[in-house]
Ligand binder design. Structure first.
Ligand SMILES: C[S@@+](CC[C@H](N)C(=O)[O-])C[C@H]1O[C@@H](n2cnc3c(N)ncnc32)[C@H](O)[C@@H]1O
Length: 188
């Protein structure tokens, strides 16, 4: 498993700041407030926000420092949010989850391209029909094209719920929001 390099960053509370405005808007409006798997949940900036909106969230991360902080807040605030140590690259996407959230987990840098490509393919294939995949990734034409070509090249028909950009005020960056629903599996 990858080393928990984020442990040192997570000594600072709320290291990544607030959820992106685009994420906030989408999940406030989205219905139903369903069962979410947040792969690479970190300190729970998204998971805790979703929990407050009424979603049930399971978060997986290798950083026990981040997870402890998230679980403490979830417990104090009585949220249906729970974090567990695990490796996202092997964690199974069971049919109990309605929506899989990936925030800043894909970059498709050269050295990670194969591992991240296999990761997103596996998630897409394991996701149940009618399940939703919500990916937030730093803006970049090449990586966005790659993501779409992988997801559209595995015999799955998707309904695109959101293909847009959102601000990330903490670092003055833009993030691509790609949120898609699995409609049919046509070609397996
Ligand atoms: C860039 S941070 C994003 C955290 C969170 N999604 C957010 O946006 O606030 C990446 C996270 O992925 C976790 N991570 C990296 N590789 C992992 C792996 N193989 N299994 C589980 N977690 C992993 C790190 O510990 C870190 O918390």
């Amino acid at each position: 498993m990858t080393k928990p390099v984020y442990d040192k960053h997570y000594k600072k509370q709320n290291y990544f700041g607030e959820p992106y405005p685009g994420l906030v808007k989408f999940f406030k409006e989205y219905e139903p407030k369903c069962n979410v798997l947040d792969l690479g949940c970190g300190q729970g900036r998204d998971a805790l926000f979703l929990g407050r909106l009424g979603y049930k969230v399971k978060g997986i991360d290798i950083s026990s420092v981040g997870l402890d902080q998230m679980n403490q807040i979830a417990n104090d605030d009585n949220l249906d949010v729970i974090g567990e140590v695990g490796d996202v690259y092997t964690y199974p996407v069971s049919t109990e989850y309605d929506l899989i959230l990936l925030d800043s987990m894909l970059h498709f840098y050269k050295g990670d391209l194969e591992e991240e490509t296999n990761f997103i393919k596996r998630i897409a294939l394991e996701l149940k029909v009618e399940g939703v995949l919500a990916n937030f990734m730093i803006k970049g034409a090449k990586r966005e094209k790659h993501l779409k070509s992988v997801l559209n090249g595995i015999g799955i028909d998707w309904e695109v719920l959101c293909d847009d950009y959102t601000e990330y005020p903490e670092s003055n960056a833009q993030f691509h929001m790609y949120i898609i629903k699995k409609i049919t599996v046509s070609n397996l």
